[in-house]
Write a protein that binds this ligand. Structure first.
Ligand SMILES: *Cc1c(COP(=O)(O)O)cnc(C)c1O
Length: 379
């Protein structure tokens, strides 16, 4: 089955009770038993819920995995991966990282004795220097947020496999429409389903997908034992979102390209970060591992003025000034004061998150309206 068909039908079948094409929202905590232990596969909704199962089956299908788990947020999914580790273990992570992931790693898990190395991974050979016998996990985000660096997943997987280290990829920005990390050698794919998978800015959710039963069992144990699951209503909404993922992503990519090209021609713009440009430093890797270049575009203005950047994001009308990304509507954010405010100024500037950086999540509206909005805001 090809990808577009999978988004609609992958691992899905009509509900067994009445043949409903979409699964019912099983709004229940518990399930009647005929005799102790005599049940139909469901006992308690933290452990499993049929609506969540339908969604998890869809997650596994679109990422070409065998098992998937849905969580109450993307960070809850990342939290579950880190709980595979123990005190003394080490993690090598992408340095240009989602701010909340950085906070979870440094403010929570460092306190439990896990050591993190934040490394520029655009050249995968950089990873090798940080590997020792305590290294248990490589954490990759690509494209990175918000600098749009691209990391070669296949090359990272070769390093990870050679040293018997788990490779996890945060696939939130690309989605499986653009790249499928398990096929490129990753062990775990993580999503903030809050973004493109849900796609309508109405659910906070996370997902993990794997292709190995042993690893799935360990993660399922953590999901159930720690309990950060999502509810049946949210599961239904994200399942519905996935069914249009491919057509939404196609339009996100078209509009992203149009916006990136418009900004690049604008005399007040300094740099546009979008992996589709041929002179983007990792364009060749992006071209090789992604089907298209996505709807995320970042840019800086000439003079790198903080107040000017704030002025632009405040003036935008169709682009809503808001955190988050990946919904049908266009959003604009100012990382230095919003998503990346929890990263110390020195650390964030090292990765390129300067004062004038603006990040756009380009939605699926008409391209002409989006460009006219940018034009009136930038001046
Ligand atoms: C939003 C996001 C997360 C965190 O997900 P939540 O659903 O907000 O908990 C992690 N990684 C990336 C790349 C994100 O954009």
């Amino acid at each position: 089955m090809k990808f577009n068909t999978k988004t609609i039908h992958g691992n899905q079948e009509p509900d067994k009770a009445y043949g409903s094409v979409m699964p019912p929202i099983y709004q229940t905590t518990t399930y009647a038993q005929t005799t102790p232990g005599g049940h139909k596969g469901y006992e308690y909704s933290r452990s499993a819920n049929p609506t969540r199962t339908a969604l998890e089956n869809a997650f596994a299908s679109i990422e070409n995995g065998t098992h998937a788990m849905a969580f109450g947020s993307g960070l809850a999914a990342i939290d579950a991966v880190l709980k595979l580790l123990k005190s003394g273990d080490e993690v090598i992570s992408t340095n240009d990282l989602y701010g909340g992931t950085y906070r979870l790693f440094t403010k929570i898990f460092e306190g439990f004795g896990i050591k993190f190395h934040f490394v520029g991974m655009e050249n995968a050979s950089n990873i090798e220097a940080y590997i020792n016998t305590n290294t248990k996990l490589i954490w990759v985000e690509t494209p990175t947020n918000p600098m749009m660096n691209i990391i070669d997943i296949k090359a990272a997987a070769l390093v990870a496999n050679k040293h018997n280290i788990l490779l996890a990829v945060d696939n939130t920005f690309a989605t499986p429409y653009l790249q499928q990390p398990l096929d490129l050698g990753a062990d775990i794919v993580m999503h903030s389903a809050t973004k493109y998978l849900g796609g309508h800015s109405d659910v906070v959710m996370g997902a993990l997908v794997v292709k190995d039963k042993g690893l799935a069992d360990r993660l399922y144990f953590i999901q159930n034992a720690s309990g950060a699951v999502c509810g049946p209503q949210d599961s239904f909404l994200v399942l519905r979102g996935i069914k249009t993922l491919h057509i939404r992503m196609q339009r996100h990519c078209e509009n992203g390209k149009a916006v990136a090209e418009y900004l690049r021609r604008h005399p007040k713009i300094e740099t546009v970060y979008w992996p589709g440009f041929e002179d983007h430093p990792n364009h060749d890797i992006a071209k090789a591992q992604m089907k298209d270049f996505g709807g995320m575009v970042s840019f800086t203005t000439k003079g790198n003025n903080y107040a000017e950047a704030i002025n632009i994001v405040e003036k935008l009308k169709i682009f809503t000034l808001a955190e988050s990304l990946g919904g049908v509507e266009s959003l604009a954010g100012h990382p230095a004061s919003m998503t990346h405010a929890s990263i110390p100024k020195e650390a964030r500037e090292k990765t390129g998150v300067v004062d004038s950086l603006i990040r756009l999540s380009v939605g699926i509206e008409d391209e002409e309206d989006l460009i006219a909005d940018l034009k009136q805001a930038i001046g």
